[in-house]
Design a protein around this ligand. Structure first.
Ligand code: ADP
Ligand code: MG
Length: 239
């Protein structure tokens, strides 16, 4: 089953008198539990595509479905609910709150879930800090952590809401190769064990090779779709 699909999506940004065509006619299916890389050079439209899937922005034309629901038909409240419960985000620059500890950063998105008691929230936080191997660093603030550890906190924060999809925009771009591979491996292990779908963008070949499926994008268009190095991908849909 597909968790996300896009039908003929276009995105145009107005830039003064001019307009920039950031995405052109993107059609894409993402299966439940996918580990999908969006690869392309800088300016090719990767962030735009992830922002549209993450309901942070809306397409100029075309339709986006998440869990079978056409998101263009949703009210702003419904969209923010969908974002909060279905989607987790990981960013290139980690985007942690500098004054909050690792555990407070992970707890933050859970505060909006009224149904969770304080005890449930804290146990959720320790569970996910443990999954990313940071239990001992729970009280550290971001500036007391390495880049790789900060990204692990961001992964725990993205997962703590138990989303179906995690969107990661160049999650390894600010890390050295070895640390970046560790982060990707962690994401892949979580994908295997929790079945959370990951869609991540990259222009790092080694990161692309870890994907189960690769979608190449250039000048806002999908070039072609490949299976990853391990070849254990699903059947590729026609786009
Ligand atoms: P990537 O993430 O692959 O580097 P982006 O999605 O950020 O690419 O950008 C795709 C294109 O859209 C680029 O030409 C970029 O300059 C343009 N763009 C992105 N965001 C905006 C914006 N808010 N306003 C105007 N143009 C934008
Ligand atoms: Mg980008």
């Amino acid at each position: 089953m597909n968790i996300v699909w896009l039908e003929h999506v276009f995105k145009e940004y107005a830039l003064g008198e001019q307009s920039v065509q950031a995405l052109r006619d993107i059609s894409l299916n993402v299966e439940n539990g996918a580990f999908l890389a969006i690869a392309g050079p800088s300016g090719s439209g990767k962030s735009t595509l992830l922002n549209l899937i993450g309901c942070i922005d809306t397409p100029s034309r075309g339709k986006i479905f998440i869990e079978g629901q056409d998101i263009s038909g949703q009210t702003p409240d419904e969209l923010s609910e969908l974002r909060a419960r279905t989607i987790g985000f990981i960013f290139q620059t980690f985007n942690l709150f500098p004054v909050l500890s690792a555990q407070e950063n992970v707890e933050y998105p859970l505060l909006q879930f009224r149904e969770l008691s304080g005890t449930e929230r804290r146990s959720r936080v320790s569970e996910y800090l443990s999954i990313v191997g940071l239990s001992k660093f729970a009280n550290h603030r971001p500036n007391q952590l390495s880049g790789g550890q900060r990204q692990r906190v961001a992964i725990a924060r993205a997962l703590a809401t138990q989303p179906k999809i995690v969107l990661a925009d160049e999650p390894t771009a600010n890390l050295d190769h070895k640390t970046g591979e560790g982060i990707l491996q962690l994401m892949k292990d979580i994908n295997d064990s929790l079945k959370t779908a990951f869609i991540f963008s990259t222009h790092d070949r080694r990161v692309m090779e870890m994907a189960n499926r690769l979608v190449r994008i250039e000048d806002g268009e999908i070039l072609r779709q490949d299976t990853g190095a391990e070849g254990k991908s699903e059947t590729l849909p026609k786009v």
